[in-house]
Write a protein of this length. Structure first.
Length: 143
């Protein structure tokens, strides 16, 4: 295997893990709404998830591990996607918030701050902020 493919495969596996996490959140209430399905379709395209991978992940979203990013900003970007997925449903159930908190922990946020971070993220997504504003607000929330 060429050296360049090593990083390409790692990148793709990270994207599959991220997409699986979002699918888990979408299924947290037992169903996937049309808005959630549209969001998943767009996100799959953005993450370069093939149609076969998409169908496989929808069938078994627990198959792929969540690989937490090393950089804090990348963790926030993934949290932004997850929070948007939860918000798309328009009626945040307890199970979805619990799932988002679990995903936050899997992304590398600590048990001591994950509830605050998830709450702040949902608040920002509720205000329909873009990614840049989300990152700015999340990175400066303790300043």
């Amino acid at each position: 295997m060429p050296f360049s493919e090593l990083f390409d495969n790692e990148f793709k596996e990270r994207n599959r893990g991220h997409f699986s996490a979002i699918v888990r959140v979408a299924f947290a209430d037992g169903k996937v709404s049309l808005e959630e399905k549209d969001f998943l379709n767009k996100l799959a395209s953005r993450l370069e998830i093939s149609e076969d991978e998409y169908n496989e992940i929808l069938t078994d979203p627990w198959k792929h591990a969540i690989n937490p990013p090393y950089l804090y900003t990348q963790r926030l970007e993934r949290l932004f996607d997850l929070a948007r997925m939860v918000h798309v449903d328009h009626h945040l159930g307890d199970q979805q918030e619990v799932m988002l908190t679990r995903m936050g922990l899997a992304l590398g946020f600590t048990p001591g701050n994950v509830n605050y971070i998830v709450s702040k993220a949902l608040s920002l997504v509720d205000k329909k902020v873009d990614l840049d504003t989300f990152l700015f607000e999340m990175e400066n929330m303790n300043k």
